[in-house]
Design a protein around this ligand. Structure first.
Ligand SMILES: Cc1cc2nc3c(=O)[nH]c(=O)nc-3n(C[C@H](O)[C@H](O)[C@H](O)COP(=O)(O)OP(=O)(O)OC[C@H]3O[C@@H](n4cnc5c(N)ncnc54)[C@H](O)[C@@H]3O)c2cc1C
Length: 423
């Protein structure tokens, strides 16, 4: 047991924990009494691999509708208290220049997650908080005014405040193995059902797998028990095991949250930016003016489909890709438009936590105060980041949640000990 109790012990040095520790240290008269623990020797794995190693830090516009999980008003308050704009200023202050891409995503100008991680670590050092890597916290108990932390190899420590930022279950090789949920539960918190989110889909369909590497825009609609639940539009990618790309990842959280008794199903519209009526008109015109054109030719020209994709889709609809459009009978036309606009994707499952970018579900927000991120169940205990029941879509929204909730938790924990703080 270390002799002096810590002011604040932060469990998990990912995006949320690093931010919480920096904000706490910036505001504390005794920053060396702030301890940040991580089970891994090398921290920040998710920051380094994120955004294809480029780290999509945030988004131009972030609104509660970009998130699923707990109540949107909770997310709104957290984003208002530490907005994407404040995030950009924070990164500028610590020496990370950001660049806005056409998609609305912000990346470091170096296009390297390492820039982000190193800047956070430098700021943490500069502010004087203590980072303890290779220390896994396995249990936390409340004893009078202190929290008693136990860890691997007999580690013990007392702390006046605890911030839980151990992530969820996604990409466990980065350190987030679900211990955080067990600790939160042992301290009286409810964990809302977790499932992998932003994870690719698997398929048994050999023809689709042969299209590995082909990408095109699509709108995916998710149905549960025959009822539409959600719809997403974006880039869709065929892989050697199934379906991926931002739009597939975005819709995956609805699929993984279901069991097979709820008949989860995904329908694809492969021309999301055009109405069926428009395409039908163009088809009629083309069949009058160029009746000898093949179905494949029509789809590659009119819908800008990659040729291999057009061929596979037509074969799956039971149509000969070489069929002349002038000879297409009404039943064949119906099959064509149905395949293009309402294709039932042959999804067999999702890749799961192993390749999930985030975890859906987690600590119930009803048990947390949105103004401070403090537990309503156990005063002195705070939460931030992925451990909470919030998951964002692709585009920098999950890091934004980590920066915002981490900032509020770190500043509030110090304020509860020493009074007024600024963020
Ligand atoms: C491949 C990939 C790409 C991504 N790309 C993006 C992107 O570009 N933009 C975006 O916004 N989001 C992205 N995300 C999501 C984003 O990385 C997460 O939302 C974010 O990292 C969550 O931060 P966190 O601090 O809550 O948890 P984590 O980053 O998971 O950090 C938790 C930390 O706690 C430690 N820990 C766990 N349990 C214990 C314990 N018991 N004791 C001590 N330490 C513990 C872990 O070792 C880990 O370091 C991506 C995720 C992945 C996997």
């Amino acid at each position: 047991m270390s002799d002096e109790p810590a002011d604040i012990a932060i469990i998990g040095a990912g995006a949320a924990g690093l931010t919480a520790a920096i904000q706490a240290a910036r505001n504390s008269p005794f920053p060396s009494r702030i301890f940040l623990f991580d089970s891994r020797q090398k921290i920040g794995a998710k920051i380094l691999i994120s955004g294809g190693t480029r780290c999509n830090v945030t988004h131009r516009q972030v609104v509660p509708a970009d998130y699923e999980g707990g109540p949107r008003h909770f997310v709104k308050h957290v984003l208002e208290a530490f907005s994407p704009e404040k995030t950009r200023i924070f990164f500028e202050e610590i020496g990370v220049a950001l660049v806005l891409e056409e998609t609305g995503k912000y990346f470091p100008t170096t296009h390297s997650g390492r820039t982000v991680l190193e800047a956070l670590l430098n700021e943490l050092r500069r502010r004087g908080a203590q980072l303890k890597t290779g220390t896994k916290i396995t249990a936390i108990k409340k004893d009078g005014e202190f929290f008693l932390l136990s860890g691997d190899a007999g580690f013990q420590m007392a702390a006046r405040r605890v911030i839980l930022t151990p992530g969820g279950l996604s990409y466990p090789e980065t350190g987030s193995d679900g211990t955080g949920y067990r600790i939160a539960q042992s301290l009286g918190h409810t964990i809302r059902k977790t499932s992998p989110a932003l994870t690719p889909f698997t398929t048994d369909d050999a023809a689709w797998k042969l299209l590995s590497g082909v990408a095109l825009p699509a709108r995916l609609t998710f149905y549960r028990n025959g009822k539409k639940v959600s719809e997403r539009t974006g880039s869709f990618l065929f892989t050697h095991f199934g379906f991926s790309g931002p739009v597939a990842l975005d819709i995956s959280r609805f699929f993984t949250a279901c069991d097979s008794s709820q008949a989860p199903a995904i329908e694809a519209n492969f021309i999301p930016h055009e109405s069926a009526e428009n395409l039908k008109d163009r088809f009629s015109k083309a069949s009058r003016e160029h009746p000898e054109k093949s179905l494949r030719g029509f789809l590659t020209e009119a819908a800008a489909f990659p040729a291999r994709f057009a061929e596979t889709l037509l074969e799956k609809a039971g149509l000969d890709p070489r069929l002349r459009i002038g000879r297409c009978r009404s039943g064949e036309c119906r099959r064509l438009f149905r395949a293009v606009f309402h294709y039932p994707l042959e999804v067999t499952g999702a890749v799961g936590y192993k390749k999930a970018e985030v975890t859906a579900g987690g600590v119930d927000l009803a048990e947390i105060k949105d103004s401070t991120m403090e537990s309503r169940r156990l005063p002195g205990l705070y939460f931030a980041g992925e451990i909470l029941d919030v998951d964002g879509r692709i585009g920098g929204f999950n890091f934004q949640w980590a920066w915002s909730s981490g900032t509020i938790a770190g500043a509030s924990a110090v304020k509860s000990l020493y009074g007024v703080v600024k963020t």
